[in-house]
Write a protein of this length. Sequence first.
Length: 131
Amino acid sequence: RDKSFDSIGKNMSEVKIGKNFRVVAPQGIAQIVSPAENVNGLTIRTASSNPRNGFVNLYASETAPLVAAAGNANRLIFNANGNTLDGSSSSVFMPYPLFIPAGLGLWVTSGPLSGTTPTVGGIALTWDFVA
């Protein structure tokens, strides 16, 4: 096909995926990229998350989040919150690429929205380092 169309018949642009990728369901805090690896900056090309019945948060910061709670003080750059019924799930997609300045790392956290109900929410990311 020469062209792609969305659900209402509008032309869609192609989206470049990143060379680097990671899929993680952290159930706590997980580092995706360390600040030392991010020498010249990076661009997150795509991100999609299935938060299940909890939250999945993506942070860009010099240091890791101290806790996997929804309200910590690090730079929250993308999040997904789910409140799904048993047997169903939700998906959240980052609507556009994000540039992350040099020296900032990427961390993802996940957990339940309330109480102690376990959640297995996850995130899939692709990114490119700036040369």
